[in-house]
Design a binder for this molecule. Structure first.
Ligand code: FES
Ligand SMILES: [Fe+2]
Length: 337
């Protein structure tokens, strides 16, 4: 039977995912969050953000219907209260509450951290670390954020697409593709734990829309499970594109794209054109990817045909396969659906 790595693969509970830009979450919440096919309540506890399953353990009411008071989240149905860690700290119907709270009344809280202007969560102890972007915060780069987009595709497929070096002349005919640059020449590929990197060179249209071609280098880094940084080296600019994926459910993924560029540091006025161009490039990928009837990446060998031009995306399958194995050997515990 074919094993698929899709947005609800169990190993994703052991990985870091963005759940939104920090600015999306006003006040103390609770806010509804969708991730890996499940529902969660994000709210501000006394010691910071908390993410709990959006299902009260008592009669299963959504905790997002509750209220945050005095640093705890109170269920709207019978008033049970939960701490940021998910511990049930009050059951109003019981007179001698603390000693009578059953173990089944507690929830498991996720880890929540803020990085790159986004909130990140790991539902269980993460196997793979958060993406490390060494140039983040560097004065050499200006930065723009693309409006986030929700695609009808799996996060692993989208990462597969962003890493792919053979599709430019066919998918990106109106933007970065050069119809005459079809051959994928050999490129360097290296694996380091839950990260792998590739260095590739090709000719591409200059991003000014003139249609002029120039050589460019592409340095990909993929961070398990499916986050990518891509450094583009042009004659007169260096661009860093970051793709962070939120696997919402089996068929839906939200992608956060951040572009850093030396040219943006010199001239921040380039921002709107930069965003418009990257949105046009992304639309070409999206229009193709959303037609795929499968919404995951197969881990079982033989389902797809591969050639040596696909080494980088084969490496993605290896990493996802290793992640699936690691999650199997360290079984998941805790959170309710
Ligand atoms: S369902 Fe939440 S307190 Fe009863
Ligand atoms: Fe593409």
């Amino acid at each position: 039977m074919t094993e698929w790595f899709d947005n609800e693969h169990p190993s994703l509970r052991r990985c870091w995912h963005p759940i939104g830009e920090v600015s999306e979450f006003d006040g103390v919440g609770p806010h509804l969050v969708r991730l890996v096919g499940a529902y969660f309540a994000l709210w501000k506890a006394s010691d910071g953000w908390s993410l709990l399953p959006d299902q009260c353990p008592h009669r299963l009411a959504p905790l997002t219907q509750g209220t945050v008071t005095d640093g705890v989240l109170r269920c709207a149905y019978h008033g049970w209260c939960f701490s940021g860690e998910g511990t049930c700290v009050e059951i109003p119907a019981l007179e001698n509450a603390t000693s009578s709270i059953p173990p089944t009344a507690h929830l498991s809280g996720a880890q929540v951290e803020e990085h790159y202007g986004l909130l990140w969560v790991a539902l269980e102890d993460p196997i793979a670390p958060l993406p490390a972007i060494s140039d983040w915060g560097s004065d050499a780069f200006g930065l723009v954020r693309l409006p986030y987009q929700t695609w009808n595709a799996g996060a692993a497929q989208m990462t597969d697409n962003f890493l792919d070096v053979g599709h430019f002349p066919f998918t990106h005919t109106a933007t970065i593709g050069d119809a005459d640059d079809r051959v994928v020449h050999d490129y360097e590929l290296s694996r380091d734990g839950w990260t792998f990197s590739a260095h590739h060179e090709h000719s591409a249209k200059v991003l000014d829309g003139s249609g002029r071609l120039e050589k460019r280098t592409m340095d990909f880094v993929c961070f398990a499970p499916h986050h990518v940084s891509l450094r583009l080296g042009y004659e007169d600019d260096t661009i860093l594109l970051l793709f962070f994926h939120q696997p919402i459910d089996r068929e839906t993924t939200r992608v956060f794209v951040i572009q850093m560029a030396e040219s943006l540091a010199k001239d921040p006025g380039l921002g709107p054109d930069t965003i418009a161009f990257q949105m046009a490039v992304g639309k070409e990928d999206r229009d193709l990817l959303e037609t795929l009837r499968t919404k995951g990446v197969p881990l079982t060998p033989g389902v797809e045909a591969n050639t040596r031009a696909d080494r980088i995306t084969v490496e993605l399958r290896r990493v996802l396969s290793d992640l699936a194995s690691a999650a199997r050997t360290r079984p998941l515990t805790g959170l309710v659906e």
